[in-house]
Design a protein around this ligand. Structure first.
Ligand code: ADP
Ligand code: MG
Length: 404
């Protein structure tokens, strides 16, 4: 778990919105706008834009000039399908309603457009300097981005890997955190002193993404409820028949050792929703099993009814609950029930401090039209890193400028 002395006080100082001297300042803001635009041009899940926009608007109202940078997807050079222009258009229409002028800029060199309040730069990953490992290349890109800038602000908690716009800029200029970043850290750092019992519910796709966090949870929580595809790597490792269910062959040994280390803290599904084909075709049949065995030739796609009841009874007694990953293939109508029942029982535990994080976990919540978590983290990998490592480089590089 991330750890820093006097964290709350330092966060207060590092939050750009606590400064009162912004009216003559030019600010370079790193936002998280890593959305998915489908082939039909529609945005898959708007959460990150909803979360990032208020910072853009409030800084634009307070400062002299605001330059916004962000990335989308994993382009290698220019890629029209990953242009931020459609996102800019949505932001522009919102800024227009507040009479805030804005302009889209395809080259960082041209960012100092006169008489415009907000300049929005094209996908920062289109430019080779952003992810370069060469110090010289990075530095010349940094010089371009920081020309005529007074402060850098990082508001992109989910984009936690060290690149120029998430990390190296902060090594060269007075830097602050944006309010979304601060909110994430406050929401997650409450888990360092949890009310007990503290349980983690981990679902989703791959065990390999979540090994570090499971090891951490064995130390910090009172119970770990496993669901999703990774349950089948654990069950297979324990010699349970899993049919054709998704699992990771090269993680069986690690799964076994995690179970051994966990001293009974880990619960696994005791029954399942299974289907005969791994897609919702016309010949697709889905049904519940009665035992932990998955019939041969079948795929487990959700937790079963007995598992739902077992997990609900643990959830109802918890005082702190962290959820990451849906319980099953929530994209299909026959295998969303497990997530619905588990999410709902968490929300019904009104006394508990409840945190949810992860892209698909949020999509599941939105699909189910549920609400009631105390904190929703927009970063999946970032949240798990924050909860399993003592340091968080994109945060530390800024907080170190504010040591008390
Ligand atoms: P998050 O983005 O919240 O961290 P993950 O990316 O780890 O979550 O996992 C989400 C994916 O896991 C979904 O696409 C879902 O279909 C898949 N999944 C969940 N349960 C199963 C299962 N039993 N078999 C196959 N895929 C599953
Ligand atoms: Mg995901």
């Amino acid at each position: 778990m991330y750890h820093k002395k006097n964290l709350n006080e330092i966060l207060q100082q590092a939050n750009i919105l606590t400064r009162s001297d912004l009216s003559d300042k030019t600010i370079l803001l790193r936002s998280c706008l890593n959305l998915t635009i489908n082939a039909d041009g529609k945005i898959d899940d708007i959460t990150r834009l909803t979360e990032s926009y208020p910072t853009i608007e409030s800084l634009a109202l307070k400062c002299h000039k605001l330059i916004v940078i962000a990335h989308m997807g994993r382009p290698e050079g220019y890629d029209k399908s990953l242009s931020l222009f459609p996102i800019y258009q949505i932001i522009k229409s919102k800024l227009d309603t507040k009479a805030i002028s804005s302009e889209f800029c395809i080259k960082p060199e041209n960012k100092n457009i006169n008489d415009v309040k907000v300049v929005f730069i094209e996908n920062i990953r289109f430019f080779p300097g952003e992810e370069s490992t060469e110090e010289l290349t990075r530095n010349s890109f940094i010089n371009i981005l920081l020309k005529d800038v007074d402060y850098f602000v990082n508001d992109a908690f989910p984009d936690y890997r060290e690149s120029v716009s998430t990390y190296y800029l902060s090594t060269k200029i007075k830097s602050y955190l944006g309010p979304s970043f601060v909110k994430e850290i406050r929401g997650l750092s409450s888990l360092s002193t949890p009310k007990r019992p503290y349980i983690a519910i981990i679902g989703g796709s791959k065990l390999s993404d979540k090994i570090d966090i499971l090891k951490e949870f064995i130390k910090t929580t009172d119970g770990i409820l496993i669901a999703g595809a990774m349950a089948y790597t654990f069950l297979k490792a324990l010699g349970v028949e899993i049919g054709k269910s998704l699992y990771e062959e090269d993680k069986l040994d690690i799964a076994k050792s995690i179970i051994n280390e966990s001293k009974g803290k880990i619960l696994l599904p005791i029954d399942h929703m299974v289907c005969n084909e791994f897609n919702e075709s016309s010949s697709y049949i889905a049904k519940y099993t009665n035992t932990s065995q998955v019939p041969s030739g079948m795929y487990a796609i959700d937790i079963g009814l007995k598992t739902i009841n077992l997990y609900k009874s643990v959830i109802s007694k918890a005082k702190t609950i962290l959820l990451n990953g849906p319980m099953g293939v929530y994209e299909w109508k026959n295998s969303i029930k497990g997530s619905y029942e588990i999410y709902n029982s968490i929300i019904k535990n009104i006394d508990a401090y409840k945190v949810l994080g992860g892209g698909d976990s949020i999509s599941t919540l939105n699909k189910l039209h549920l609400a009631g978590f105390n904190h929703i983290s927009t970063g999946g990998g970032a949240m798990l890193t924050f909860l399993s490592k003592e340091r968080f480089p994109t945060l530390d590089i800024i907080l170190d400028q504010f040591e008390l």
